[in-house]
Design a protein around this ligand. Structure first.
Ligand code: F3S
Length: 399
């Protein structure tokens, strides 16, 4: 991979050990994927923030970078942590876990990274423009940024996104190139999507069919931003899909349509989505309702508040969002309305990356295929998946 004089000097350690370490990682990745050079990025999104996921090894790695005085050089935001960093005690997170998670948070803030703690950075002040190169980790945000916004990012991991943030560049290959964004197959829908949960199920179904390739979704579709957010998350949960195109919806769809004649066409019927939802659902007793995977938008919080009305919840209801969106929702009164009903609006974390298994719940209901995919393995929770309004109805129903 071609390096400028400045990049070579960074690799040789002339700009310090932290930059040399980051550059070495980027050069190795660039070499593996035959990148021609590095390209400047406008922002980075870092994953590997929850202590539950990274453990002491990850914390040690971050502390080493902190000791080396590593600093990010582009606007950088963070994935969810393992707990609500402001209200962890009141929610009941374990003291020992909290101590470690706070140390992780400390390392990131010492590097100059914004304490956003969300998987929806595009709803929390880090929204790139179409055509901008970025270096994002977090599979759902990667799909959303590439597909819905038209920004350009590969599927970065925790260490590589951090290296990109420190250098301000990423190797130029894959999704950063025109060829790397072309669809490999077309998905034709044999029905009209009319329920929000079907977008989540559609993504999960496509991910199962063609794990890491780029689909072009054909049909007359008119998804909302929240539905595109749900679709992006589930595509990356059952597969490793980095982006999708959707006819007349996503910004590059008309440009790539001409390549469709050479692609395989796969038909999906409504019963395929039903099968996906059944596969992800274990119909058992539940005592926990969790909303917000990916993190709730303002309009989703508004919907939850409205659906709850003046009813009290009879089961634990946790609604996850970013601290950025929570703050606006507080001003609009949505948080108060949800909490008056007995629900909790939790920020900085989510149902999958927090140590939920320690709270003693036996079964969960959610509206997200991604959450339903991960909850049984990461939190040992049997999970049922339902429409948002049915989740809220379940929360207020008598046990
Ligand atoms: Fe976000 Fe956690 Fe779901 S990171 S996409 S809420 S698993």
């Amino acid at each position: 991979m071609f390096l400028t004089k400045e990049e070579e000097a960074m690799l040789d350690g002339e700009y310090g050990v932290a930059k040399a370490t980051a550059m070495k990682l980027l050069v190795t990745i660039g070499g593996i994927f035959e990148a021609k050079r590095l390209v400047k990025v406008k922002s980075a999104q870092i994953s590997g923030v929850s202590y539950k996921n990274i453990g002491d090894a990850g914390l040690g790695f971050l502390q080493k970078l902190q000791d080396l005085k590593a600093k990010v050089t582009v606007p950088t935001t963070l994935n969810p942590a393992g707990m609500d960093l402001l209200r962890w005690r009141e929610i009941g997170f374990d003291e020992d876990f909290a101590k470690k998670q706070l140390l992780v948070a400390d390392t990131f803030s010492s590097m100059g990274i914004a304490p956003t703690y969300t998987c929806t950075p595009y709803l929390a002040g880090n929204c790139p423009a179409k055509g901008e190169h970025i270096a994002w980790a977090e599979s759902s945000a990667i799909v959303y940024a590439n597909s819905v916004i038209g920004a350009l990012t590969n599927r970065e991991g925790g260490p590589t996104s951090l290296a990109c943030a420190i250098i301000g560049k990423t190797p130029l290959f894959g999704l950063h190139t025109k060829n790397g964004r072309e669809p490999s197959h077309a998905i034709r829908l044999q029905f009209h999507i009319d329920k929000p949960i079907e977008y989540s199920a559609l993504g999960y179904t496509i991910g199962k069919i063609n794990g890491c390739k780029i689909p072009f979704i054909e049909g007359r579709l008119d998804p909302s931003i929240d539905e595109l957010k749900a679709l992006s998350a589930s595509l990356a949960a059952s597969g490793e899909i980095p982006m999708f195109h959707m006819q007349d919806v996503t910004p590059e769809s008309s440009e790539v349509m001409k390549s469709l004649s050479e692609c395989d066409h796969i038909e999906i019927e409504r019963r395929d989505l039903r099968e996906t939802l059944d596969e992800l659902s274990v119909k058992e007793e539940f005592d926990f309702v969790c909303i917000g995977c990916p993190h709730c938008s303002l309009s989703e919080l508004q919907k939850v508040a409205k659906m709850l009305g003046r009813n009290a919840v009879n089961r634990e209801l946790w609604v996850f969002t970013s601290r950025y969106v929570r703050e606006i929702a507080e001003k609009r009164g949505y948080v108060k309305r949800i909490e008056r009903s007995g629900g909790k609006v939790i920020s900085d974390t989510c149902m999958v990356v927090s140590p939920l298994e320690k709270f003693g719940f036996s079964g969960a209901i959610t509206h997200s295929c991604k959450a339903a995919h991960y909850l049984p393995s990461t939190c040992k929770l049997k999970t049922d998946i339902r429409e948002l309004k049915e989740c809220i109805r379940a929360a207020i129903s008598q046990p």
